[in-house]
Design a protein around this ligand. Structure first.
Ligand SMILES: Nc1nc2c(ncn2[C@@H]2O[C@H](COP(=O)(O)OP(=O)(O)OP(=O)(O)O)[C@@H](O)[C@H]2O)c(=O)[nH]1
Ligand SMILES: [Mg+2]
Length: 373
């Protein structure tokens, strides 16, 4: 499962992940809600609490620890411009607890590859940009960064160039071609530097109009079956300019839900292949058992021709396939359960976060979308 950040130079990709990492890298338990918080949550139609824990493996762990420490200093110090493509191996724990019970927390562990790249690659402006875009092409889902300040301050030509819209469109089209067995193609838009939008009274409307015109409408009309998740994010406080993360969890959650759901379909398909192989082996074993009863001579000839494979050999292979199929089915069901919990939370907190999901150009309830799958 591979999630890639996608976006032009200086749109806030590295700052996003460093800030998210700061928020979710220490292992914490979900906070217990008091009675008033529970009432409040229920009043908003929330039935689940969710938590995220992420740890990074290897050299990049130190880099991101430093970036996240610097961001939280006063004033915030941003990470250096990325010069290549970084693939981070993430260990992710998703936690859920039913609101109202304050009891059991269920936890799901997953390994996810996570890609941060030099935005200059989308403008063919860094060494190795071809290698970088080829690597990006292997992602299962993109979190596409749209820098809100470019929408607010630039004229359309400059803005499209600055945001790398041409390259982003190409990448998403290629993803569409790749994921043909998947009914719905999920696209996540993180509208970054949203702190700057909040100062502009007309800001949000202009950002949404832009996304509708450039992405939501064209993709929905061309393809159908596109689920577009739009989420405003920021790492700064609009008033003080200090470090203040907003909504960082949600683009990751939606993207993870999408890749986990896709994985569940792939595992289900694998389970069906293993079942078919199991049936094949059982049929072979049965043929040999029948021969044993009917004709020792034919059985002997088969032995010679096929290298002494007995009914037991085939039966034991059938048993292996049966065990594998059971494991695949269990993993597939686990992924489906996780995806539906993730998307339930995305939906239940949409009013609080201001994140919106569109299916075929219309605003939708993510839970209804899941039921359609
Ligand atoms: N106002 C505001 N500025 C931000 C925010 N996040 C990032 N920035 C600014 O954007 C600059 C670029 O951020 P990066 O995270 O390095 O962007 P990037 O997309 O990783 O850029 P490349 O590595 O060049 O591709 C930072 O140096 C900050 O000045 C934000 O939430 N709000
Ligand atoms: Mg960067």
């Amino acid at each position: 499962m591979k999630i890639a950040l996608l976006g032009a130079r200086a749109v806030g990709k590295t700052s996003y992940f460093a800030s998210l990492y700061r928020e979710v890298s220490s292992s914490t338990f979900l906070p217990l809600l008091d009675a008033a918080q529970m009432r409040d949550a229920r009043g908003k139609g929330q039935s689940l609490q969710s938590g995220l824990q992420i740890s990074v493996q290897g050299q990049l762990k130190r880099d991101f620890e430093l970036y996240s420490k610097n961001l939280a200093s006063n004033p915030p110090v941003f990470p250096p411009r990325s010069i290549d493509i970084d693939t981070l191996d993430l260990n992710v724990v998703f936690q859920f607890r039913k609101i109202g019970e304050n009891t059991r927390t269920s936890a799901f562990h997953r390994e996810i590859s996570f890609i941060d790249h030099a935005g200059g690659a989308l403008h063919a402006a860094v060494d190795g940009w071809e290698r970088i875009t080829a690597e990006l092409d292997t992602a299962d889902v993109f979190i596409t960064f749209i820098d809100a300040t470019a929408i607010l301050t630039l004229d359309p030509t400059e803005r499209n160039e600055r945001l790398g819209l041409g390259a982003i469109g190409d990448m998403i089209r290629k993803l569409r071609e790749r994921i043909d067995e998947f009914d719905i193609i999920p696209i996540v838009f993180a509208v970054s530097k949203f702190d700057e939008v909040q100062a502009d009274p007309d800001g949000e409307a202009r950002v949404m109009r832009f996304l509708h015109e450039e992405f939501i409408k064209p993709y929905s009309e061309q393809w159908g079956n596109v689920a577009i998740f739009v989420c405003p994010i920021a790492v700064l406080d609009p008033k003080t300019g200090g470090f203040s993360p907003m909504n960082l969890k949600w683009p990751f959650m939606f993207a993870a839900g999408a890749t986990v759901l896709r994985n569940s379909f792939l595992l289900y398909a694998r389970m069906e292949r293993e079942k078919a192989a199991q049936r094949g082996m059982e049929a072979e074993a049965e043929t040999r058992r029948r021969l044993r009863r009917e004709s020792p001579f034919k059985r002997l000839r088969l032995w010679f021709n096929e290298g002494f494979k007995t009914a037991d050999t085939f039966q034991s292979r059938a048993d292996d396939y049966r065990r594998q199929a059971r494991r695949s089915l269990k993993a597939s069901e686990g992924d489906k359960e996780l995806a539906s919990l993730v998307w339930r939370c995305v939906q239940e907190y949409a009013d609080d976060t201001g994140c919106v999901t569109y299916l075929d150009g219309k605003e939708v309830n993510v839970l209804e979308m899941m039921e359609a799958l």
